[in-house]
Design a protein around this ligand. Structure first.
Ligand code: PAF
Length: 284
């Protein structure tokens, strides 16, 4: 596996792959790799892509400095996980290569209005601008055919799909299913912050998502069910919603068909999210 940190070397590597007729698949990460990331590397490998993974903890998407400071760094483990799961090139760009002005504000920002301002965007103002800006740069330098993201951050995926559509990036955005621990907890680099008791209570999120997936109901019934499951575990509910999976507009009780259930809750001060598909049975 090749490891690169310089932008021009990274650009030449992917140029050479395309020139040789290979398809490049990009998996953007912030390191701290776990089985959720490995599933993205494998998805790219299974499609026959030359797999480029990036590992960059993007300060522009952290509105809270403590959260940025606490973000886990496991570079040696990341290299072995990437190599073991078929990554051809791991890019570890430096902060100055990605954002030359940092810590001063970078004058250029990519902003996906609307989608970035709801749910996760309410609690984390500016977060999705940071995500869209960094992903835009990763796409521009890499020039992949496909880019892979986990559905765990479903709103992030929607923001990126909208950006790729609006700015004609000409890349296929592939959403990959959430990877869960055996007990159902969605994998996240933040799970290491959960105490044993908090981890047990955190299972209410995946339980809530699994419950509403079982049978069609109205949006209000699903919302009520989500909230009740979270509250039964004393989780501090941030939101428990049912939305249109593309626009993130809250569903109404007359809507039918596919929608997405979204939950966010604080468990012992750790903010967790989860989501999953639901079927709506609209009232006539
Ligand atoms: O999901 C993540 O790990 C990050 O938000 C991403 C997409 C790598 C951008 O920094």
């Amino acid at each position: 596996m090749r490891v690169i940190s310089e932008v021009e070397e990274w650009r030449s590597f992917t140029d050479a792959q395309r020139a040789a007729g290979r398809r490049v698949g990009l998996v953007p990460t912030m390191g701290a790799l776990h089985a959720g990331h490995s599933s993205l590397f494998e998805a790219a490998k299974n499609r026959g892509d030359v797999v480029i993974a990036t590992s960059f903890v993007n300060p522009r998407q952290f509105e809270d400095h403590d959260d940025l400071a606490r973000y886990p760094h496991t570079p040696e483990n990341d290299r072995s996980v990437a190599e073991a799961h078929g990554v051809d090139c791991l890019v570890e760009p430096t902060l100055s290569a990605m954002w030359p002005a940092y810590p001063d504000p970078t004058p250029t920002t990519v902003s996906v209005r609307g989608l970035s301002d709801v749910f996760e965007g309410v609690a984390r103002p500016g977060h999705f601008d940071g995500v869209a800006s960094v992903v835009a740069k990763l796409l521009i330098v890499t020039g992949p055919c496909r880019v892979y993201f986990g559905e765990k951050d479903f709103q992030q995926l929607a923001v990126i799909r909208q950006m790729v559509h609006d700015l004609s990036f000409g890349v296929e955005v592939v959403g990959c299913a959430i990877v869960r621990d055996a007990d159902g907890l969605a994998l996240s680099s933040r799970n290491v912050r959960l105490s044993e008791d908090a981890r047990r209570r955190a299972l209410a999120l995946s339980r809530a998502i699994a419950r509403v997936a079982q049978a069609p109901a109205t949006a209000s019934e699903h919302r009520h069910d989500l909230r009740a499951t979270l509250e039964s575990a004393d989780a501090d509910v941030v939101y428990a919603e049912v939305v249109d999976p593309v626009t993130f507009t809250p569903s109404s009780d007359t809507d039918s068909g596919d929608a997405r259930a979204l939950v966010a809750a604080l468990v012992d001060g750790v903010r967790l999210i989860d989501n999953g598909p639901v079927l709506l049975k609209g009232e006539q």
